[in-house]
Design a protein. Structure first.
Length: 644
């Protein structure tokens, strides 16, 4: 893969280059330049200056640039210019460009950004294809009107290409894969391969991402023809611990982004979060949690706390329906200050205006996502802050990120924060909804922690379950296999005495009424169909021991005889070597008189002993052959070791 020289020069300290769009080579059309000026874009960012000329010069590109660096315009402008340069207008059902992105929100955002530029193309139509819409209505519209530019998610494009037969993909000029690493991580490999199979090989292709993974490299080999690698990095000031000086170093994050981390005890983490949000009230903040259940829980709990009452807190995660998701994103975008609690579904590509602060309450499972999360602020030439909360045993994560070009500075953890856990537990005692959401959130967090990609840093078996449960404001430790089968620490958890959690009611009267009905129905069913008592298993009388058969007794006797013969054979070997004399041999083997004195038959007894020893040797050899060569050799090696 070739490397782009303009990209190396573009690794500048500023967010914009000196090059104007009107001065680019190859030159852009007047209509596109005018559309750029209307949108407030006059000068190129480094990634735009490095990428647009390559795509317009009939080259494929694999772009690796910091998030918020202007990648969307880096492929929208070439798409429009390539279609503008066609000699003849396209037919209504002739597809000329396909733009793929991993999420509905990002696809919608790309479509919105591109509309002013698509409008400059006469006779060219575009269509957004994302999930949550009526597939039959989309198919009908495509059959009747057609489309020349398709923008959508892999799943929806796969579905449309599979079902719809009127669109013609033979003349596709350009394919764009935005957030290419995420497309593969989300399990879209099958869909991407199918889309590639439907498109002609003689086309231009662009892969765009802030993190180029091995999967992206493999995809670039399959879908790109001798691509140019465009790598745009910013430089950040790193502090030397030895000299106390600042020096420039490479970074994958925007120049205006200040990254920090804070070490928190497990039981005080939620209190530190609330204190941090209070200190930064009046700012536009995004708080990232590990799971959808965690987002649901904290979106309910945070507004109940005294210090955050009145603050707009909006939940946003992937399990929300499309309508509420779009409404939540639009509401937060319109706010001048507020809090969006979200999962990684809001980590990539979303261009939410004027975000001041990113809080990563739970570090992401995939370390690549860390950069994308932090990149929701400090976009283009703006500044922003991002902070990640870490437990004491997770401190190695800081060095890990530094090695990946993401340097962090430490922020001191304040010691005089207000403890919000009593308020959370009080809310759980008053409302069953809070209690149940807390249990679900805690269980989902533990299971997400188990699946962390950096398991050598985030070791789930080292978690202090008791302290974490207190931080979540739980009233009881949930019954889960991770707690049941592993000796996880329960230190720090203070159970609520004399509280029957089954009696806690919902504040919502409708839900409480439904719960009571369900309990009553269950009690009636149990009364009508009582469970049969488990019968105790009868104690089985001990079986009388069977007498050994003649064959079994013979085998036992044979083993004893062989052991005795082996013992005598070892003594005979000692006698031959001179380790023992004949008197000792007699005593140990029992040859000679019972009182130990020599008799007239002494010589004959010794001869008998030696003769018996030779028989022993033969029997041992036969035994070794019967049991296999390996045991025979093992016996020989033991003999040799004893001699030594």
């Amino acid at each position: 893969m070739a490397t782009s020289t303009p990209a190396a020069a573009a690794a500048a300290r500023g967010a914009l280059t000196d090059q104007k769009f009107s001065e680019m080579s190859p030159a852009l059309s007047a209509e596109v330049v005018e559309a750029l000026h209307r949108g407030g874009f006059r000068r190129c960012t480094p990634v735009q200056a490095a990428t647009i000329p390559h795509l317009l010069s009939h080259k494929d590109v694999a772009v690796d640039a910091a998030t918020g660096s202007g990648k969307t315009l880096a492929f929208i402008v070439p798409v429009v210019e390539i279609l503008r340069r066609r000699s003849s207008p396209p037919k209504s059902h002739e597809v000329l460009a396909v733009i793929v992105s991993p999420t509905r929100e990002l696809s919608s955002q790309i479509c919105n950004v591109a509309q002013p530029f698509f409008a400059t193309l006469k006779g060219v139509s575009s269509m957004l294809l994302v999930g949550g819409l009526n597939i039959n209505a989309e198919l009908k519209r495509l059959e009747e009107e057609g489309a020349n530019i398709l923008v959508g998610t892999p799943g929806k494009l796969f579905d449309i290409m599979h079902r719809e037969g009127t669109l013609d993909y033979k003349n596709v000029e350009i394919l764009i894969l935005d957030e290419a690493d995420r497309l593969l991580d989300m399990g879209f490999q099958k869909h991407i391969n199918f889309i590639l199979s439907k498109l002609p090989k003689l086309r231009r292709t662009g892969l765009f991402s802030a993190t180029q993974t091995k999967a992206v490299a493999d995809l670039s080999k399959a879908g790109l023809r001798n691509p140019m690698r465009v790598e745009v990095k910013t430089e950040t000031k790193l502090t030397s611990e030895d000299a106390g000086q600042q020096e420039l170093g490479p970074s994958k994050t925007p120049l205006g982004l200040r990254l920090e981390y804070m070490m928190c005890e497990a039981s005080k983490k939620s209190s530190q979060l609330v204190d941090f949000l209070v200190q930064n009230s009046g700012k536009k903040i995004m708080v990232y949690f590990a799971t959808c259940a965690c987002v649901d829980y904290w979106a309910v709990v945070l507004p109940l706390l005294n210090s955050l009452k009145g603050s707009p807190i909006i939940p946003y995660h992937g399990k929300m329906k499309q309508g509420p998701r779009e409404k939540a994103l639009a509401s937060f975008s319109a706010l001048s200050s507020g809090i969006l609690v979200c999962t990684d579904v809001a980590a990539r590509g979303l261009d939410i205006p004027s975000v001041d602060l990113i809080v990563q309450y739970d570090p992401p499972q995939d370390p690549n996502v860390f950069i994308h999360r932090a990149g929701r602020t400090a976009r283009y030439d703006q500044e922003g802050d991002a902070i990640v909360f870490l437990l004491p045993k997770e401190d190695t994560y800081v060095e890990f990120l530094k090695l990946r070009g993401v340097p962090l500075t430490e922020r001191e953890c304040p010691s005089n924060t207000e403890d919000v856990v009593p308020q959370i537990r009080s809310a759980a005692l008053e409302d069953r909804n809070v209690m149940e959401k807390g249990l679900r959130a805690f269980v989902s967090f533990i299971r997400a922690y188990k699946e962390h990609h950096c398991s050598y840093i985030f070791r789930w078996k080292d978690l202090e379950i008791g302290k974490l449960a207190m931080e979540y404001g739980l009233l009881q430790i949930p019954f889960m296999p991770e707690v049941k089968h592993h000796s996880l620490s329960l230190e720090g958890f203070i159970p609520v005495d004399d509280v029957d959690v089954t009696q806690i009611k919902y504040k919502d009267k409708v839900r409480e009424k439904q719960r009571k009905k369900a309990l009553k129905r269950k009690a009636e069913e149990e009364a009508q169909n009582p469970k049969p008592e488990k019968r105790r298993a009868r104690e089985k009388p001990e079986k009388p021991k069977r007498k050994k058969t003649g064959k079994q007794r013979q085998s036992v006797q044979t083993k004893e005889d062989l052991d005795e013969l082996a013992h005598e054979y070892r003594l005979l070997k000692k006698l031959k070597r001179g380790d023992i004399d004949e008197d000792e041999y007699e005593k140990l083997t029992g040859f000679g008189d019972s009182d130990g004195e020599a008799s007239d038959g002494k010589a004959s007894d010794l001869d008998k002993g030696k003769e018996r020893g030779s028989k022993v040797q033969k029997k041992l050899k036969q035994k070794g052959k019967a049991r296999g060569g390996s045991r025979k050799f093992e016996g020989k090696s033991k003999m040799r070791s004893k001699r030594r």
